[in-house]
Design a protein around this ligand. Structure first.
Ligand code: PHE
Length: 338
């Protein structure tokens, strides 16, 4: 038994530090477990002749002590190493730049709309808004539309089924609503959504207009032209030319459409302006006396001009957008470009 114990002591002295708790446990079981060699040797102590007991006991104690020291130290080391590895694997560099959150961008319609409104505010116009759901009186009748006028046709107008209401087909009703609210002299700019039953690459059933009008004493067509010229020069640059063509609207007399020189070809003629060198941009005219009468403004004392323009058309030209539907599909790859 004594040689066996000595052999164990030698083995223990040569034990390699175990890499993990599992292999450490194997060592523990091999010597100190129920069937471990040290345990079975200590059981054999009883059968030893008395004169051998002291030496065997001493060697046994020493073997046990050394093993316990070895196991204790290994366990401590392995645990420390585990913690260290965890710390290292969880390390991150707090000085690295963070991933940028993606920001939204302004919609091209909002950009153009604000820009136009801003120009008219600088000219002393005030902003007014009207409801998108209107009735026949505000949308047509008070604006001097004859009862059989084609613009009242169901094909153009979204009627609200079962009710005497419709989605406004233009922002001109805001002329009436503003003049009911304030008395002249008055200059108003009225941006908003309008609705027409129409859809293709250049028409959307919902689009945006800006209405503008002035009512005062002795307003002239020259003032209308001057105001719109100034507006176009601010929007498109001072080299842009304008021209006025006679036109017809029930609520203005005389009426005109304004064209601007095509920015793409500089007036020489191209695909965008259909070889004419000009682009139609807005409708305008002197407010019809019947419109003033509808809001109890005396047309012998007061008169004015009005104009209405489509935002989509201006935005599409400004940014070279070929299909109006892109503006309303909310594809962020498109919207991010503005
Ligand atoms: N309301 C007209 C339209 O939608 C535009 C317009 C406004 C024309 C004011 C003249 C004066 O086409």
């Amino acid at each position: 038994m004594i040689p066996e114990l000595k052999k164990i002591l030698e083995e223990v002295a040569l034990l390699q530090p175990p890499p993990d708790l599992e292999s450490l446990n194997e060592i523990r079981l091999k010597y100190l477990g129920k069937k471990g060699s040290v345990t079975s040797l200590s059981r054999g102590m009883r059968g030893l002749p008395p004169e051998m007991k002291p030496e065997a006991g001493k060697l046994l104690g020493e073997a046990r002590q050394r093993l316990e020291n070895f196991i204790g130290a290994s366990e401590k080391r392995i645990k420390q190493e585990t913690v260290q590895r965890e710390i290292e694997s969880e390390f991150f560099d707090v000085t690295l730049p963070a991933t940028q959150p993606s920001f939204g961008s302004r919609h091209p319609i909002s950009i153009v709309m604000d820009e136009i409104v801003e120009i008219f505010i600088s000219l002393g116009f005030q902003i007014e808004e009207g409801p998108e759901i209107e009735n026949d009186h505000y949308n047509f009748e008070s604006l001097n539309f004859p009862p059989e006028h084609p613009a009242r046709d169901m094909q153009d107008t979204f009627q609200i089924s079962g009710l005497p209401l419709l989605l406004r087909t233009h922002t001109s009703p805001v002329q009436i609503r503003s003049m009911e609210k304030y008395r002249p002299p008055l200059s108003v700019i009225a941006p908003g959504k309008v609705f027409r039953c129409d859809a293709d690459v250049t028409h959307s059933p919902m689009f945006h207009q800006i209405e503008g009008f002035t009512v005062d004493e002795k307003v002239t067509f020259g003032e209308l032209k001057g105001t719109l010229d100034l507006f176009i020069h601010r929007l498109y640059g001072p080299k842009t030319k304008t021209r006025f063509r006679p036109s017809y609207f029930p609520f203005t007399e005389p009426s005109a459409e304004m064209d601007v020189s095509c920015a793409t070809c500089g007036g020489a003629g191209c695909r965008i302006c259909k070889q004419t060198g000009w682009l139609e941009i807005l409708g305008c005219g002197m407010i019809h006396p019947n419109v003033l009468r509808a809001v109890n403004v005396d047309p012998d004392k007061w008169n004015g001009f009005a104009f209405g323009l489509g935002i989509e058309r201006i935005a599409m030209r400004r940014y070279g957008i070929g299909d109006i539907r892109l503006l309303f599909e909310n594809d962020t790859r498109f919207l991010r470009q503005f």
